[in-house]
Design a protein around this ligand. Structure first.
Ligand SMILES: C[S@@+](CC[C@H](N)C(=O)[O-])C[C@H]1O[C@@H](n2cnc3c(N)ncnc32)[C@H](O)[C@@H]1O
Length: 326
């Protein structure tokens, strides 16, 4: 679904990518940031992950959006039908599309601001959404969530409704997610709405299988970041010498993906050399799972009050709607 040309990073962003990668690989416990998964190939692989039989979060949230977007739209329009709709990390907006359509049907007067770190995603949305949702007012922003939300606030002082769906929030630790919501609170105004998709705690085997699909697409998605580092930063990772290794801890609710070095090896990025011991790991991604009580506690800590919760029929996933408190 992302047929655009390779996303080239402009200079400043490329420098940040380099610094983040080098700092992550120099750390005592090596890590890479999952936000860099999404180059052109990463976008395509994520599309394939969403279609995997094991990857339930997309199907659960799709069911929510297909059946409950009408109610969401009415809640959004209760206070006024004139607002800015900001979506953080929309990907291809497969799910938010249903909500956009309902808002159009209900004659809401809104501008849609999708914010995504992948320029490929933004280009795709700007091309495709006006075709399937004629008349939509849309302005895409390519960059980091909070930086770009700040930009939107400089464009307009209308009421904001912010969407953060697809369990993107799960790619932060609980502490980081709470801090992030506090930062959203700072950029929002009393009465503004925030809708967040949380993947809920459930049978651990179901969760682990979602990050270890039989076709090996999640494996390819993780390894693709090494290929991207080779291509864009001139590194020499031997991708075949790393193994994808996801784990889920039902106690904490954190699902983590690692790449394990199969052998003792050296990797270079420019003048930097990184040594990997056999079986040394790179932490790639966290996908944090929550109980509903934990999400409510996060709302309270970040200055929001829960307004409503939308579940799928299995109650595996929840889109929670919060109002920003004064
Ligand atoms: C897991 S995908 C989910 C997409 C969509 N929300 C869904 O539910 O299908 C995450 C999306 O967020 C974007 N993203 C990840 N980290 C980001 C960041 N720090 N700032 C902006 N966009 C980010 C990625 O490029 C990608 O499109």
């Amino acid at each position: 679904m992302f047929p655009l040309s390779t996303a080239q990073l402009p200079g400043r962003r490329s420098a940040t990518f380099y610094t983040d990668v080098v700092n992550g690989l120099r750390a005592d416990h090596k890590y890479l940031s999952s936000k860099y998964f999404y180059d052109e190939n990463g976008d395509k692989l994520f599309q394939q992950i969403m279609a995997c039989p094991e990857y339930y979060p997309t199907r659960c949230e799709l069911e929510i959006m297909q059946h409950q977007s009408g109610k969401m739209a009415r809640l959004f329009m209760e206070e006024s039908s004139d607002f800015d709709l900001v979506e953080l990390g929309p990907g291809d907006a497969t799910k938010s599309w249903f909500l956009l359509r309902e808002l159009q049907k209900d004659h809401a007067s809104f501008t849609y601001y999708p914010i995504d770190i992948s320029s490929n995603v933004i280009g795709w949305l700007e091309d495709k959404l006006p075709v399937t949702l004629p008349g939509i007012r849309l302005q895409g922003l390519n960059g980091e969530y909070l930086e770009q939300l700040h930009q939107v606030n400089t464009f307009s002082n209308k009421r904001k409704i912010v969407l953060f769906m697809g369990a993107n929030i799960g790619n932060m630790t609980v502490h980081q997610a709470t801090q992030f919501c506090r930062q959203l609170h700072e950029q929002m105004h009393p009465g503004d709405l925030l809708m967040i998709g949380f993947d809920l705690k459930k049978y651990p085997g179901t969760i682990l299988a979602a990050y270890n699909d039989k076709q090996g697409i999640t494996r390819a998605f993780n390894l693709n970041l090494l290929t991207r580092i080779n291509r864009e930063l001139g590194a020499d990772f031997d991708v075949e010498q790393f193994e994808h290794y996801p784990v889920y801890d039902p106690g904490t609710g954190s699902c983590k993906s690692y790449l394990i070095s199969r052998i003792q090896q050296e990797v270079h990025i420019g003048d930097n050399q990184f040594s990997f011991a056999e079986n040394e790991v790179i932490h790639m991604e966290i996908s944090q799972k929550y109980t509903l009580m934990e999400t409510e506690s996060m709302a309270a800590q970040a200055g929001f009050e829960p307004v409503d919760t939308f579940f799928d029929s299995k109650r595996w996933f929840a889109d929670v709607l919060w109002r920003r408190l004064a």
